[in-house]
Design a protein around this ligand. Structure first.
Ligand SMILES: NC(=O)c1ccc[n+]([C@@H]2O[C@H](COP(=O)([O-])OP(=O)(O)OC[C@H]3O[C@@H](n4cnc5c(N)ncnc54)[C@H](OP(=O)(O)O)[C@@H]3O)[C@@H](O)[C@H]2O)c1
Length: 296
């Protein structure tokens, strides 16, 4: 028999967990949220009437408690339940934040519970529209107490997700990586789109023009190493082209120059790993990009 579970914080992630854990046989014992209406909606989605706005009433009987409130409320919510002795002593308390570690749940240990985190690398945008399992095929990271991690691994497997274990003290780097891959990709494309629009390409055509290049590069990264996927003037050691870029960006959109230079400096390191540029070309490029250390 699968364990029982309760959800505290019936928003996007809590609702998706409720729906897809129930589907694979986990037994819902309680739904709690700040608003009774959210708890009622999540419970109704799986035909349950066990909803409340009294948090510790929802958690008392559960083998696994998911605290899926916004990150800023997790610690306080956990403590408020622990203060009421609301976790059963064999239970496992998990949150789903990528940025926080399981240590934020320490108060649950006063009830004897084990603590962990289970972070799905997925974007959950809705509380209702999950006809397809959003956990299926994605990577979900877990960390925490051994007992909590063992249970979390089974949950991840049952959700048809791919599990990776993270050490508690490195989780913030894992989260920084996800931020770079998602948020900074947006920033990078903003830089690219700004430059192509400066070149006179209409904004409505700009992304369409760049998309095959982006997809081809992603495919290369997937199929080869990062150095092998790098093409272009830095990988070729084409100093003249870089000088032209710097001069043109500097005159037309100087506010974008520091970002272009910073990315260029890191790209030199990738070109060096690719072994397609000489040390003297790398040094010249570093001077152009303004690496004060290499200029000494
Ligand atoms: N959304 C994503 O794409 C995503 C992806 C991965 C991980 N996560 C993580 O998953 C967790 C939940 O995120 P989410 O996007 O599902 O948030 P959300 O949609 O905003 O849902 C949070 C829910 O918690 C309830 N809540 C807020 N404060 C509360 C409190 N003090 N006590 C009880 N319930 C409270 C909310 O209010 P009401 O009861 O008023 O509705 C809401 O229903 C976060 O740790 C987040 O970092 C999110």
């Amino acid at each position: 028999m699968k364990p029982s579970f309760s959800i505290v914080g019936c928003g996007r992630v809590g609702t998706a967990l409720a729906k897809f854990l129930s589907k694979v046989g986990y037994i819902p014992t309680g739904f709690a949220s700040k608003s009774l209406s959210s708890a009622k909606r999540a419970a109704a989605l799986i035909g349950s009437t066990n909803f409340t706005d009294v948090l510790w009433e929802a958690t008392k009987k559960a083998d696994i408690v998911f605290i899926t409130t916004p990150d800023g409320a997790i610690e306080e919510v956990c403590k408020s339940i622990a203060d009421k002795n609301g976790f059963n002593s064999d239970s496992i308390v998990l949150h789903c934040s990528g940025a926080l570690t399981s240590e934020i749940l320490l108060s649950a240990k006063t009830c004897g519970a084990s603590i962990g985190s289970l972070h799905p690398l997925q974007s959950f945008a809705s509380t209702t529209e999950y006809n397809i399992n959003p956990f299926s095929g994605i990577v979900t990271s877990v960390e925490g107490d051994k007992k909590a991690v063992d249970a979390a691994k089974l949950i991840v497997e049952d959700l048809d997700s791919v599990c990776i274990s993270i050490k508690t003290d490195t989780k913030i780097l894992y989260h920084a990586s996800a931020v770079v891959a998602s948020n900074y990709l947006v920033t990078l494309l903003d830089l690219s789109l700004n430059l192509i629009c400066q070149a006179g390409v209409p904004a409505k055509d700009a992304f369409k023009g760049l998309k095959p290049l982006i997809e081809g590069t992603l495919s290369n990264i997937e199929n080869m190493s990062i150095p092998d996927a790098l093409t272009g003037p830095i990988a070729r050691g084409d100093v003249q082209t870089i000088e032209n870029h710097l001069s043109e960006i500097g005159s037309k959109t100087p506010n974008l120059l520091p970002l272009y230079k910073t990315l260029g400096l890191h790209t030199i390191e990738i070109a060096k790993a690719k072994k397609t540029i000489t040390d003297s070309t790398a040094k010249r490029l570093k001077e152009l990009f303004g690496d004060s250390i290499s200029q000494k």
